[in-house]
Design a protein around this ligand. Structure first.
Ligand code: SF4
Ligand code: SF4
Length: 341
């Protein structure tokens, strides 16, 4: 018997894992429909997508055509203004072919300036309040990778749901963020439960995250086998064994030296290198189609990274002691080959 998880004050009862909508950008619409329908058939009742995930919303909308089971949908907008986010919600509704979206996030509030902007009278937060009044959305949510910002967002008590990065490498949220959200009965969605595809034991990573039964992880999936595997992990969940803890420690040691937590403490780089994007380049390549990476923000970050002069200014700023200039050099080589082929 599946034990559903309550998503905080929304009272939405969610299957132990949700469906993360980033990787379906890489597959055809027919394939995406099959994968999502398989997830629904196996019990998943929550799908997370975003305006920023190119055609992900459209694929989700298509997959839901003719499905009569109640599936909860969450989407996001990176627009920071009231009018802008209202426009984006209308686009999301159209893409998803829905009249109402259950949960809508302000996407990636990762710096102080954005935090201030969204709470201005013409800011995105008030767009979501208005959208709720108009009946376009049910619950107001926010996502962020930065714990200092998350603390402020949660303490504002303006959100029904928060989406945070959580896996066995990124565990700071366990002490800093979860208690604050739980005190206020805010629902928690755990993004990147497998480290955005970079943890080489994804099953164990998901199992670790699932131990916290007050949250819902939303692993991204682009294959039927992945859906089957992840659902099985959720359904057969048991405690982490001592052997598994040893494996976690081994991976933590190995990856701790290269895993970027996107805290941005290394910034500003005097050469304008978007460090965290380039240090995580392989994870983007795993999840996002090449044609999308070839245009826009990622490609421009790749070009800017070529300006790294290995000055080392960033090195003492990284709390995790990542060898940033070396990682940039290595990833630039990797990207040169990737884009050349
Ligand atoms: S080493 Fe490269 S990335 Fe780091 S601060 Fe210097 S130029 Fe920027
Ligand atoms: S390189 Fe280090 S300081 Fe910079 S974002 Fe990543 S983890 Fe944070």
């Amino acid at each position: 018997m599946v034990k559903y998880r309550r998503l905080g004050r929304t009272n939405i009862e969610v299957f132990p894992i949700g469906f993360g909508g980033i990787p379906i950008q890489r597959v055809s619409i027919d394939e995406a429909v099959k994968i999502i329908r398989k997830a629904i058939e196996l019990g998943i009742n929550f799908i997370d997508t975003a305006r920023a995930y190119t055609d992900s919303e459209i694929k989700v909308g298509k997959a839901l055509e003719g499905i009569d089971k109640r599936i909860y949908i969450s989407s996001k907008s990176q627009n920071r203004t009231k009018d802008g986010i209202l426009e984006d919600i209308q686009t999301s509704l159209k893409n998803l072919s829905m009249e109402k979206i259950d949960i809508y996030h302000i996407h990636a509030v990762n710096d102080k300036e954005t935090l201030k902007r969204i709470f201005k009278p013409d800011g995105a937060y008030y767009g979501l309040v208005e959208a709720k009044k108009r009946g376009w959305i049910d619950y107001i949510a926010v996502s962020s990778h930065i714990n200092d910002i998350l603390e402020e967002l949660i303490k504002s008590d303006k959100f029904d749901v928060v989406q945070v990065a959580y896996n066995f490498i990124e565990t700071e949220v366990e002490e800093r963020i979860f208690p604050l959200a739980l005190e206020r009965d805010i629902g928690i969605i755990a993004m990147k439960p497998m480290g955005g595809g970079s943890i080489d034991n994804p099953a164990l990573s998901l199992k670790y995250v699932l131990q916290k039964d007050f949250l819902v992880p939303n692993p991204g999936m682009e294959k039927i086998e992945e859906v089957e595997k992840n659902v099985k992990i959720a359904l057969e969940l048991s405690e982490i064994t001592s052997q598994e803890y040893e494996e976690i420690e081994r991976i933590r040691k190995e990856m701790g030296k290269v895993f970027c937590r996107r805290c941005e403490y290394c910034q500003p780089c005097p050469q304008g290198v978007p460090i965290s994007v380039i240090v995580r380049a392989k994870s983007f390549v795993k999840r996002i189609p090449k044609e999308n990476l070839k245009n826009g923000w990622f490609y421009s970050a790749y070009q800017k990274a070529k300006n790294c002069i290995k000055c080392g200014v960033c090195l003492p700023r990284c709390p995790y002691s990542l060898p940033i200039p070396d990682l940039i050099e290595e990833n630039l080589k990797f990207l040169d080959e990737y884009f050349a082929n």
